[in-house]
Design a protein around this ligand. Sequence first.
Ligand SMILES: *Cc1c(COP(=O)(O)O)cnc(C)c1O
Length: 219
Amino acid sequence: MSIQTNLLNIKATLPKQVTLVAVSKTKPVSDLMEAYEAGQRIFGENKIQEMTEKWEQMPKDIQWHMIGHVQTNKVKFMAPFVSLIHGVDSLKLLQEINKQAKKNNRTIDCLLQIYIAEEETKFGLDEEELTSLLTSNEFQELKNIQIVGLMGMATFTANKDQIKKEFLHLKSIFDTNKNLKSEICNLNTLSMGMSGDYQLAIECGSTMVRIGSSIFGGR
Ligand SMILES: *Cc1c(COP(=O)(O)O)cnc(C)c1O
């Protein structure tokens, strides 16, 4: 099936409150343009250089989401244009994003990545680290970032019960911390769910799904 058909079929099944991030990593600009022409305006990439090259070549009404793990020394390259950074997992990284956002005279929206999987290879904060980050003085000094929600990745497994348990765990952390509102923090976005598990993620309360291979094909 074509990229446009895949995209429109998926969009037709998403509830209104769920935002679709089309994950286009490793795919050529021509593939992204097919999705763009079908109306897609949010694209997710996991490498800063690749995202920057695509941003330079593509229409400027696209919102670019960084969904990969971010190294502090690379933040400056995306700071002029990135629309949402999904994988923020430390104060140090937030401080660098804040610094680069300020240089560019803007505020950058971020999601904090929460560790919910059983695999040790996945990144993210645990619940305690999240609370201590959100309540720290250093955090409240940042003025050029906005924490708009949380992101998580479930274990790579065929066991739906386990994935569901992990998604519900993230949803409960999200609900608990929603009340911690401040000038720079207002959790309204819950980014969870990919091609293999997004329906389940939505059942568990996801408001943003990151879908790659079901739209663009395998990588
Ligand atoms: C690649 C990737 C996705 C999309 O994965 P698919 O299985 O192709 O839908 C979603 N989230 C993150 C963080 C990714 O790296």
